[in-house]
Design a protein. Structure first.
Length: 580
């Protein structure tokens, strides 16, 4: 065979590829050829970027949740979507709507008073009422039938510090009713009191010398601000545009709210039995370059359990390197419910794990002064380790036609009267007063816990969730109970409601809890007695009778794979709040 016949024939490549070998040929390309080459390069680059992004997200998903966890998430997604389609079928949707309308109508009948003795005012009166008429109507409205929180039959909700403190708050309201902190030059006293409240709270939680804080309208706003500050810090310092935060599944719903409001992806981490604390290895696996915030509770709302804050601190300090941060990832401790109890646990002889700014990785703490600080409702504080961290929650508009606008948080105008009431409450109570209330409240929680764990009429049917240390005690039906001792916890919740108690039903797992307040302290023996009676009535009757309100909402709705029905019910409930 001749040399020429042994040569391989190489197919002619497209111009867009052959020209890559010889850059000088670019000058010889025609305009259409050059555009073709450019488009090919652009398509290739976009494809590579897409594949890189997809690969990265897949890797992070598998690292964070594992193969089994990812498969479980996918199964739940498919199941939820299939159920959604089922609910929208022509022969199903009308029935679902009819049931929803019926339920919402019943809810409206309960919440919106009607009848011959009820007067409704939905338009402004043509002539203003006399002072006597207004006072008379106020007395009538305040006397409407309600759950008796005054006698200690309401879990949480009302954190009352006593009649004397309430009178002091009324005095503060009268003096500062028109004040507004947005005008510190007009109301210097309010500015002074707000700064002092923030400083006192920071000191109580061992904020360092450079610590700073802001007062807010409540725990939700404090949490929102901490999440916003973490997002803005990561954006400014690391260029994070797809922020993520890692939250215990028992963490307050405000963190999920912040995720939805501020575009932060929320990773929920299990809090498994028997400790019911956030699972630290799972948190570690979920940290990546987009992580802006880790979260722990001290304690959480559902079960009153304190997460392992030192372990989360180590992850936050170490996680900064994983995330490419200059320093640590932000770690927020939600102490809204613990508020003025947590700092006094050790002082009053109760066990207390490390949770505040003495833990080096903690960057922010939310504290509700209107809970166990007994301040008027609408008071909370978010404290930061440094002033620089606080600045990330500020809003400044330098070029508004109305002038330079600056506010420390979401609100612009704020009620100075609430700040004055908070300041007065803190000054009246003092460290000795808060220490005394901590001793009473935590001792009452311990009394209920001992009853559930030890009383013959309770321990065979109920079990305490984890090891609570503060004011909240949660319990569920004992899973290994014999048939004659078995109870449905939601039946127990309904039974307590019929006896005048307003306790909290929980889901995932099915349980109920008591958040002890000062009024409950005086009624704790009545609560234990009624709980024993109700459990006795429910024991061995799990399958009998029609389910009550708690079971209908949590037992049935909680089991639905698609939560759209629950959302509709909740939306209808919120609509009902504004019906006259």
């Amino acid at each position: 065979m001749s040399p020429s016949s042994s040569r391989l024939t190489i197919p002619q490549l497209p111009v867009s590829l052959t020209t890559l070998r010889t850059p000088t040929r670019l000058t010889n390309l025609t305009k259409p050829q050059f555009l073709t080459l450019t488009l090919d390069l652009l398509r290739t680059t976009l494809l590579l970027l897409f594949l890189l992004r997809l690969t990265t997200k897949t890797f992070l998903q598998l690292r964070g949740y594992g193969l089994v966890g990812t498969a479980t998430q996918f199964y739940r997604y498919v199941r939820r979507r299939c159920y959604t389609v089922f609910l929208r079928l022509p022969f199903v949707a009308p029935k679902v709507k009819a049931e929803l309308d019926k339920t919402l109508l019943e809810l409206e009948k309960k919440l919106v008073p009607t009848g011959p003795g009820v007067k409704v005012y939905s338009t402004l009166p043509e002539q203003g009422w006399s002072v006597e008429d207004v006072r008379g109507e106020l007395d009538g409205i305040s006397g409407m039938e309600h759950t008796s929180w005054e006698t200690g039959r309401v879990s949480g909700a009302v954190y009352h510090g006593g009649a004397e403190l309430a009178g002091l708050q009324e005095k503060a309201f009268g003096l500062f009713g028109v004040s507004n902190p947005i005008h510190p030059d007009v109301f210097p006293g309010v500015r002074k009191m707000e700064a002092e409240v923030v400083a006192m709270v920071g000191g109580l939680f061992n904020a360092p010398a450079g610590g700073a804080g802001v007062s807010t309208s409540g725990g939700t706003e404090s949490i929102l601000m901490a999440c916003l500050a973490a997002r803005q810090k990561a954006l400014a310092e690391r260029g994070v545009r797809e922020p993520e935060m890692v939250v215990p599944e028992t963490g307050h719903a405000a963190f999920r709210k912040a995720g939805e409001y501020f575009g932060i992806k929320v990773h929920l981490v299990a809090c498994p039995a028997p400790s019911y604390r956030v699972h630290i290895p799972s948190v570690a696996r979920l940290i990546n370059s987009n992580t802006v915030l880790l979260v722990g509770s001290a304690p959480n709302f559902p079960h009153g359990i304190i997460d392992d804050i030192p372990a989360l601190s180590r992850l936050a300090l170490k996680g900064g390197k994983v995330a490419g941060a200059k320093g640590a990832i932000n770690l927020h401790v939600d102490c809204c419910l613990g508020s003025f109890l947590m700092p006094f646990l050790a002082r009053t002889g109760f066990p207390c794990p490390e949770f505040d700014f003495r833990v080096p990785g903690v960057t922010s703490i939310s504290v509700d002064t209107h809970k166990y600080g007994f301040a008027p409702k609408g008071n909370s504080v978010v404290v930061y380790r440094t002033k620089d961290l606080r600045r990330y929650q500020y809003y400044v508009c330098p070029d508004w036609s109305g002038g330079v606008y600056a506010s420390p948080g979401i609100a612009g105008s704020r009620p100075g009267a609430l700040i004055a009431g908070c300041w007065a409450s803190l000054m009246r109570m003092g460290a000795d007063g808060y220490g005394d209330t901590c001793l009473k409240i935590v001792s009452a929680r311990q009394r209920i816990e001992d009853a559930v764990r030890e009383h013959e009429g309770l321990r065979h049917s109920l079990a305490v969730v984890g090891k609570p240390l503060v004011s909240v005690l949660a319990f569920h039906a004992r899973p290994a109970a014999s048939p004659e001792n078995r109870v449905d916890i939601y039946d127990v919740a309904d039974g307590m409601s019929r006896r005048g108690w307003h306790l909290n039903a929980l889901q995932d797992p099915a349980a109920m809890h008591v958040a002890v307040t000062l009024p409950i302290v005086a009624a704790v023996e009545d609560l234990v007695r009624d709980l024993e009676l109700v459990v006795g009535e429910c024991r061995g009757k799990v399958q009998e009778g029609k389910k009550g309100d708690a079971a209908a909402l949590y037992g049935v709705a909680g089991a639905l794979p698609d939560k759209s029905i629950v959302r509709e019910l909740a939306g209808g409930f919120l609509d009902t709040l504004y019906k006259t």
